[in-house]
Every structure is written in C-alpha cells, then in structure tokens.
Design a protein around this ligand. Structure first.
Ligand code: PLP
Length: 400
C-alpha cells in the first residue's frame, strides 16, 4: 500500500521466510521436519561467558554505554585484532554494534551516495545487496562458481571496478559456500585494489574461527597494510562463541570511518546491550578452548555431510574450507520429476519439494544470488544431520 516507502521495494522478499512458514505448517500437521537451514550454532554459549553477563547485571552495568561500545570491550576487541590478526587498532578505531549486521549496515549507510557501486562476489549473504539497495547504491554482483572455488579472481575484480566503485565486500570464510581465501589469494586481490584508491574494502570475517584442514585465517589489512586506511575489518561474537542472540558485532577501521558509523548508530540503536558487552569482554579475553572444540565438531560434521552428498545421485558438493555450510550443486536435477510428481524447474522447486516430501528444510541458492544450488547448515546435531542426509539421498534417488 502507499504507506510503505519506495526504498523498501529494494529489499528482496525473503524466500527463507516462505520456507520457515511451510516447515511450521508441516510440523503443525504432525510431520517430522528436520531443519538444517539455520545460520546459527547449535551449541550453547560457554558457561564463563554467561557468568560474566550475570555478574554484570549484579554489578549494575545496566546503563547506557558509549555508542560505539564500552572502553573495556573496545580494548578487548583491539587486543583480539592484535593477537589474532596482527592488526593495530586504537579503541577509537573500533565500533561495537548490535550484531555484525549493524556494523555492515552502519558502514554502508554512512558512506554510499546514490549511484555508488559496491562489488559483491556471489554466492553471497543476501543482506549485502539488500543493504546496498537501501543505501541507494548499486550492487555489482560477480558470479564466482565452484570451478573457481567460489572465490573472486583478480581478473574479475579488475574488470568490474569503475570510477564509481565505492566498496568491495568479501566474506571469508563464506556463508553459504565455506570458501576461505588464503594469503596468496588475498594478495592477488590486494594488488588490484592498490591500483584503485577509490575502492574501500569491507571484509566480513565473522566465521574467522571456523576454518578447517589446518588452514590459517588471514584478512586484507594483514596481508596488505597499505590497504588499512580504506579497510573495514568486521567480525563478531555470534559464530565464534555461539552468541547469536546476544547481538555483538564489531569493526576496526580508520578513525574517520568509525566516527561516521558512530554518528549514524547514535540516531538508530545507540549502544548495543550493556550486559551483552560485558559477556563479550569475557568471550574475547577468556579461554578460547570452547571455540576450538566447536570448530572440531563442525569439521567432523563437514566431512560426513560432504561425503554423503557426493555419494548422492545428481548432486555434487564442493568442499567447504570453513564456516558451517555446504552448498551442493543441484543443476543435474533440473527437468526431473520427484516421486510425488513435482517437476523440478529450479532450485526453489527442489528445496520446496525436499521439504514437502522428505521433511528436510534447507535454503535455495537463489537466496544467495546463486541459482542451481542449495545450502545445508551443519550447525545441527549429528543424528539430525545423518537423518537429513539419508532423506536427501532418498529424495534424489526417487527423481525420474
Ligand atoms: N555476516 C555473515 C556472512 C553472516 O552469515 C551473518 C549471520 O548470519 C552475519 C554477518 C551477521 O551476524 P550477526 O548475527 O552478528 O549480526
């Protein structure tokens, strides 16, 4: 209706919502539904982090904080960037937001003018193009398929940059593919970026702690210190510490950018929850063994899920190098018909029929701007995953 602003039309209607509603309807009918569609850890927040929050309540840390976060947390974030990434950020070069999502939102809304271009390799987390659209910017989507490891190449980047390019957004490890850039791969991109000073880099490192096969995580400003002055290094507690509900994300960037983000956040949410900030200090400064234990569980699950998918007819799954998602190719199923008689014409038909006929909820690739695939989250209990993989196999074996 005409009460709604035009800018809202620039957000894509969420297909994940349609899937969730369908899954709920099936559950209400008494069907056994396995949801392997969620983007959050199935683990509980570690005890010592919860205790820090309880202590913060008792100590009356219940008031407004600085918009960009308490000094204690910004110092803990600075120490984390130094320790894990070799990056030197002062506390006033750090902003804490309500989840990593708000940090991205702050940065894009605070910097994009109408018509500015933002380069986004796909498959991508759909919030990037949606937020760029809200900011009146133009998302420039660059398809990066499994043949290139779902990674942007220097040649693709060079060809896409124009005088209007404001940002490049890279997410490593990636949601939904798990692709994780090595230092050499980032080096190639950095060399291109050094030639184009108008381009800023937003690196979404929120899955940093979840890398597999002994890989070492690295990030743009670490690989190329000369890019530090135009890089926003974004990270957070949601995935590393199983803290999605606490809403703690953070970014390190040059002072002028942090100041602009702080100004914007000051007219939206102000600071994120003071209790959650105290918990985040404990997460960053406390023992890191819970994070490593979770990482090992994800890696073992990845191995089993990918092996099962690659043993399933008509599917092919690239090996995720990090995060907790698999992103199998289902293009071989297009044109086939399910046991119940549904013709599969695209990735949406596939995930919808898989949910209806086998009770397995996943997310279609188009939700990540990359059709012909679907996303499985292995942030789910082992028994559930095993059952889900068996049902996917049954579903695919039934295709004619
Ligand atoms: N970036 C990526 C790639 C994500 O997958 C997510 C969460 O799903 C976020 C950022 C946002 O995290 P947060 O819950 O901290 O806002």
């Amino acid at each position: 209706s005409d009460v709604i602003a035009d800018r809202l039309n620039r957000i894509s209607p969420s297909q994940t919502t349609a899937m969730r509603q369908r899954a709920q309807a099936l559950k209400a009918e008494g069907k056994d539904v396995l949801a392997i569609s969620s983007g959050e850890p199935d683990f509980d927040t570690p005890e010592h982090i919860k205790e820090a929050a309880i202590a913060a309540i008792r100590n009356n840390q219940t008031r407004y904080t600085d918009i960009s976060g308490t000094l204690a947390l910004r110092r803990a974030v600075a120490a984390k960037f130094q320790r894990d990434n070799g990056l030197d950020y002062a506390p006033d070069e750090i902003l804490v937001g309500t989840g990593g999502k708000q940090v991205i939102y702050d940065a894009l809304i605070a910097t994009i003018n109408a018509g500015d271009e933002v380069i986004i390799p796909t498959p991508c987390w759909v919030s990037y193009p949606d937020i760029v659209g809200l900011a009146d910017g133009t998302p420039v989507l660059l398809p990066c398929g499994p043949n290139q490891g779902f990674k942007l190449t220097p040649e693709q980047l060079e060809a896409a940059i124009t005088p209007k390019t404001k940002w490049l957004i890279v997410n490593t490890p990636s949601n939904p593919t798990g692709a994780t850039y090595s230092a050499e791969e980032l080096r190639g991109l950095c060399d291109v970026l050094l030639r184009h000073p108008q381009v800023h880099i937003l690196t979404d490192d929120i899955y940093e702690k979840l890398v597999f096969d002994g890989r070492r995580f690295t990030t743009f400003a670490q690989v190329e210190p000369r890019l530090r002055e135009r890089t926003l290094t974004m990270n957070g507690c949601s995935k590393s510490y199983a803290m999605t509900g606490w809403r703690i994300g953070f970014g390190g960037a040059p002072r002028h950018l942090i100041k602009a983000m702080d100004k914007l956040q000051g007219q939206s949410t102000s600071n994120t929850c003071s209790i959650a900030q105290a918990a985040a200090v404990a997460a960053l400064e406390g023992p890191q063994d819970a994070t490593e234990a979770m990482r090992q569980v994800y890696e073992a699950r990845r191995n089993r899920v990918v092996a099962s998918l690659n043993a399933t007819p008509h599917l092919r799954c690239h090996l995720p190098e990090g995060a907790f998602y698999a992103f199998p190719d289902m293009t071989a199923c297009i044109g086939m018909t399910t046991e119940a008689g549904t013709k599969i014409t695209n990735d949406w038909d596939f995930v919808f029929a898989l949910l209806t006929e086998q009770g397995v909820a996943t997310v279609n690739g188009t939700a990540f701007m990359f059709p012909g695939h679907f996303r499985i989250s292995f942030a789910a209990a082992d028994a559930q995953l095993e059952d889900a993989c068996a049902r996917i196999r049954r579903f695919c074996e039934g295709l004619r």
